[in-house]
Design a binder for this molecule. Structure first.
Ligand SMILES: NC(=O)C1=CN([C@@H]2O[C@H](COP(=O)(O)OP(=O)(O)OC[C@H]3O[C@@H](n4cnc5c(N)ncnc54)[C@H](OP(=O)(O)O)[C@@H]3O)[C@@H](O)[C@H]2O)C=CC1
Ligand SMILES: Nc1c(N[C@@H]2O[C@H](COP(=O)(O)O)[C@@H](O)[C@H]2O)[nH]c(=O)[nH]c1=O
Ligand SMILES: [Zn+2]
Length: 332
């Protein structure tokens, strides 16, 4: 009404008030009588499950709001259109925008720019599968190797622009997963030092119990989560690292356990950055959603073979200077 905004709000953090609550709270006393005539615009279908906070659909009805515009349905089992039906049954005009299909919007899947950057996908994966959204990322030489045959040789496959892009991606991931051999041989930082933004949680998978606790990643800005069959004896002083014991294998049940555990810790999107052993395990067990593969311009001749992505669906391929970047999406 009158094209004026009388209130705004967003969901700041899990467990805290939802956007609708904050929005209604923000309306000034002088404007509160206008609430029933106002249109409520929400990005996600209001909730109807009474969880850590009350149900927003009830709140909408209590405020007498008559028009609600929703950008997308909430795929959480038990919601998924149920709130909209509840509001409509109570006489509220509900508009869904854009023309909505109950499952994942196809346009989100088709747009390479949206891949992995759409919080919708993370949430959808978390609530429908109970695991985080999993992205695989690796860099291969022109002839398909992850690293040279000489395991001690220093090497880098991609150019500085790609390297920076990876740090940008890291800034919107909640966690980066690497295998123990990668931690031991590369001693990576797994930070976003080349891009402004938050650092992800380093996650190490160490089925053979090789990690000592002295690696660089334990002295970084974010305390790592270590999944190991054997807890290291000497974590650095004051280390807040979390150690979770797993079986000494990379079988389906073990990877599923790790992903469920990460979901419980509220990590909604993670990237597996290697090495080969770990990437191949996620691929073998079909536990990934998308892959981002860099191919550098130079051949290595020999080395550790890069993973092959089967059952894939090529989404897009682009050039980052001298490198090629290919996006894949796993078909369900
Ligand atoms: N170019 C790129 O994008 C990247 C390259 N790399 C390179 O990859 C190399 C590391 O890769 P990789 O050696 O494959 O190791 P990973 O880093 O993938 O680590 C996998 C870990 O899982 C263990 N493991 C593997 N299979 C099994 C199994 N079936 N049962 C129990 N444990 C298992 C390995 O044990 P064990 O210790 O016994 O081997 C290892 O500790 C590094 O040298 C690094 O430079 C790494 C990341 C990215
Ligand atoms: N070699 C290689 C990559 N390697 C990955 O990057 C990690 C190093 O992270 P950091 O220490 O934070 O810079 C390393 O452990 C491995 O997972 N990545 C790439 O984009 N291109 C490359 O050529
Ligand atoms: Zn709500």
């Amino acid at each position: 009404m009158n094209d004026t905004i009388i209130g705004e709000g967003y969901h700041r953090q899990g467990g805290q008030a939802h956007a609708e609550v904050n929005c209604l709270k923000s309306v000034k006393a002088a404007d509160r009588h206008r609430i029933p005539d106002a249109t409520l615009y929400v990005s996600l279908e209001p909730c109807c499950i009474i969880g850590k906070t009350g149900a927003c659909s009830t709140l909408i009805l209590q405020h007498g709001i008559r028009t609600v515009v929703v950008a997308q349905r909430d795929s959480t089992p038990g919601v998924d259109g149920a709130s909209l039906a509840l509001l409509r049954a109570a006489g509220v005009t509900v508009r869904e925008y854009p023309d909505f299909v109950a499952s994942m919007p196809r346009n989100v899947l088709a747009l390479p720019m949206a891949i992995g950057t759409a919080p919708y996908l993370f949430r959808h994966t978390l609530v429908t599968t109970g695991r985080p959204y999993v992205t695989l990322k690796f860099a291969q030489s022109a002839d398909g190797f992850l690293r040279p045959a000489d395991r001690k040789a220093a090497y880098w496959i991609t150019n500085p622009i790609s390297r920076r892009l990876v740090h940008r991606w890291r800034s919107s991931e909640t966690g980066i997963i690497v295998g123990a051999r990668t931690v031991i041989e590369d001693d990576p930082s797994l930070t976003t030092r080349l891009w402004p933004g938050p650092d992800p949680v380093p996650i190490i998978i160490d089925p053979r119990g090789r990690i000592t606790g002295q690696e660089r990643v334990f002295r970084g800005p974010v305390a790592p989560i270590l999944y190991t069959s054997l807890a290291p004896k000497s974590l650095p002083k004051n280390s807040e690292a979390t150690v979770v014991i797993i079986p000494a294998d990379l079988k389906l049940a073990t990877i599923e356990f790790i992903l469920r555990d990460l979901a419980k810790r509220r990590l909604a999107n993670v990237t597996v950055e290697g090495g080969a052993g770990l990437l191949n395990a996620f691929i073998r067990h079909d536990l990934w959603d998308e892959a981002r593969v860099f191919t550098g311009p130079n051949a290595l001749g020999d080395g550790l073979a890069a993973p092959e992505i089967h059952h894939n669906h090529l989404i897009d391929t682009t050039r980052i200077g001298s490198d090629r970047l290919t996006y894949f999406k796993r078909l369900p």
